[in-house]
Design a protein around this ligand. Structure first.
Ligand code: AMP
Length: 129
């Protein structure tokens, strides 16, 4: 069965899209640690990042770097944290998290955003890509 992220790529499930190219896709995390929390994924559905082929792994990191720079230019933060967890969704994803404090990186502190706030962040990051 297709992962929830493959369904997002295919437009079967809505998302706040940030960027897309032939091989990769970025969108806002729906339950963010911090405003602007973004996920970067390969279109190829693979569970663990260590199982990606070298080209897809390098391509994903390069794509995530570009998105992180646009994110850092859009959301007030000290830096963008990058992390890979994958305990919830078995489709490789790199979390890009705008960090101001250590708790922003913990996945135990969440922020609640309105639809209009998600839309405004996504629009602002897209404009910096
Ligand atoms: P993990 O697999 O532990 O790295 O966590 C999966 C992440 O995907 C969590 O931060 C979720 O909030 C996020 N997530 C799950 N479903 C969606 C969705 N439909 N749209 C955006 N983010 C999602």
């Amino acid at each position: 069965m297709a992962s929830i992220f493959t369904k997002i790529i295919n437009g079967e499930i809505p998302c706040y899209k940030i960027a897309e190219n032939e091989d990769f896709f970025a969108f806002l995390d729906i339950n963010p640690n911090a405003k602007g929390h973004t996920l970067c994924i390969p279109k190829k559905e693979v569970d663990k990042i260590t199982d990606l082929d070298e080209d897809t792994y390098s391509g994903l990191m390069s794509f995530a770097r570009k998105v992180a720079k646009a994110l850092e230019a859009s959301v007030p933060c000290k830096r963008i944290g990058m992390t890979v967890i994958g305990l919830e969704v078995p489709h490789v994803h790199v979390h890009l998290i705008p960090l101001n404090e250590m708790k922003d990186a913990t996945f135990q502190h969440k922020v609640s955003l309105k639809q209009s706030e998600f839309e405004a962040i996504a629009e602002s990051v897209r404009a910096k890509m």
